[in-house]
Write a protein that binds this ligand. Structure first.
Ligand code: SAH
Length: 453
């Protein structure tokens, strides 16, 4: 077989990025946009010794598990790898993926994985989106999303995962730019003003934030645009974000207030959080509450415990746990996030929390060696790459009763759990996958490790 060959294949399973996998005489083909049960004509795009990648050319027989995608252009965007699959099957796929990773990469013979906690309504769940602005071939100003792996903008103002207000806001901005001759940023020349619009909504409060990322420090006639945007119910914050660098990083560091507040407020459970345009905040608040409740349950707090939370961000989990613990210490590497965490503690009148700025793998060992700090429970929520080994070693030395591991990547989750369970002192007793990102291949997990006494 060689590149560009056309072949027919039946898809049998799914890979870790949500791609379909079918075999031809035992030789596996990885085909994006296909699902188990599909019979498809595909064209080979990359041929390796033991496997190949292929592109869907024609669906000969659709899988019975397919469902009509809600979005107008799921294939071009590529953000939703499995939108064509029924939601029920999406959840089963994710459960299986977690179980397989724990077996294969974690060495757990029978991992205790619960069914995935899914959503009742798996669309319109995202509270945040960042839309790029540019021009199409005819020179018209457009906004939408980058077509998979490129920087060409596919015009689309209504992402099926996003809030309905996105469309209204984006159309107002487009009209305003056309009427006032405001140019979108051009990556090639470094000229033009508007780069992105960041839109965020507090689902619990209804508050809406728009931050315009600009290649400059002034936005002509911004008051007129503000008048327009503030007619939208819930609109409470309009800011400019300055980004004059030639970079793929969307946001710059500086925020210039325009109208309303710089932050919006949202609630998860009964805790309020103030969120600035620069803060990390979970994008699916409905599922975040389920995730945090699971973490709280697994932490098994009675009010007497000292808890360390590593990778705490703006303190969301720490504050969620604080009312049930004696004391919670959070560790986070981003200075602004630590500031937000402290502020959020105050906002909620929570005084039994303390936040440390620094790397978890440095702060924890240092405190342990210098002060002999102890923990009854350690909660961690690291980024995709997982936990640093210095951090894992110190956690084991501190010997907490329970370790609660929140993870957005099943592979590094399995790898780290293997290390934590290696000497047999800790047992993995529960794993709860939570569907934070319906329609995509992503899955979040909460794992509970219990110290054998
Ligand atoms: N628990 C939070 C944030 C989780 S995201 C929430 O649910 O909102 C992971 C966090 O880890 C990010 O805030 C990131 O800034 C932080 N981080 C990344 N590397 C880190 C490190 N080495 N030490 C401490 N924090 C780190």
């Amino acid at each position: 077989m060689k590149k560009n060959d056309l072949v027919e294949v039946t898809i049998e399973s799914m890979g870790s990025a949500g791609e379909g996998i079918g075999k031809i005489d035992g030789y596996p083909l990885f085909v994006k946009d296909t699902f188990p049960g599909d019979r498809a004509r595909v064209s080979l795009t990359k041929v390796k010794k033991t496997y190949a990648f292929a592109r869907l050319v024609e669906l000969l027989e659709p899988s019975p598990d397919r469902e009509e995608p809600r979005c107008a252009q799921p294939r071009r965007c590529g953000g939703c790898q499995i939108q064509g699959l029924s939601y029920e099957k999406q959840l089963l796929y994710k459960e299986e993926k977690v179980r397989e990773d724990l077996k294969r990469l974690g060495g757990f013979a029978e991992p205790p994985v619960n069914p995935v906690l899914g959503m009742d309504e798996p669309y319109r769940y995202r509270n945040k989106a960042q839309f790029p602005f540019g021009k199409d071939k005819e020179g018209r100003i457009v906004t939408g999303f980058y077509a998979g792996r490129t920087h060409s903008i596919v015009p689309e103002t209504d992402c099926a995962l996003g809030i309905e207000e996105n469309q209204t806001i984006l159309n107002m901005i487009l009209n305003f730019m056309n009427e006032n001759h405001i140019e979108p940023y051009d990556e090639n020349t470094g000229k033009g003003l508007l780069r992105h619009a960041l839109i965020r909504k507090g689902f619990a409060t209804g508050e809406l934030m728009v931050s315009l990322v600009i290649n400059g420090r002034k936005f002509p006639q911004i008051e007129k645009l503000a008048d327009c945007l503030f007619t939208i119910p819930g609109m409470t914050s309009l800011t400019l974000n300055v980004n004059q660098k030639n970079t793929n990083v969307i946001l710059g560091d500086e925020i210039i207030p325009v109208r309303g507040q710089t932050c919006i407020t949202d609630k998860i459970g009964d805790i309020s959080y103030q969120i600035s345009p620069l803060s990390f905040y979970q994008v699916n608040p409905v599922q975040t509450e389920k995730l945090y409740r699971t973490a709280l349950e697994y932490a098994g707090l009675t009010g007497q415990e000292t808890v360390w939370e590593l990778y705490c961000g703006i303190g969301t989990i720490s504050l969620f746990l604080a009312r049930s613990a004696k004391k919670v210490y959070g560790v986070e590497i981003v200075p602004q996030a630590v500031e937000d965490a402290k502020h959020n503690a105050e906002l909620n009148g929570i005084s039994n929390v303390e936040f440390y700025l620094g790397k978890a793998e440095e702060v924890l060992p240092e405190r342990y060696e210098k002060e002999g700090i102890l923990a009854d429970v350690i909660v961690i929520d690291p980024p995709r790459k997982g936990c640093d080994s210095a951090c894992l070693t110190t956690m084991l030395a501190m010997a907490p009763e329970r370790i609660v591991y929140v993870s957005c990547d099943p592979a590094t989750f399995a790898r780290d759990l293997k290390i934590l369970c290696a000497d047999g002192r800790y047992e993995l007793t529960r794993v709860q996958p939570v569907d934070m990102f319906p329609q995509t291949a992503g899955v979040e997990n909460v794992g509970l490790l219990v110290c054998r006494k």
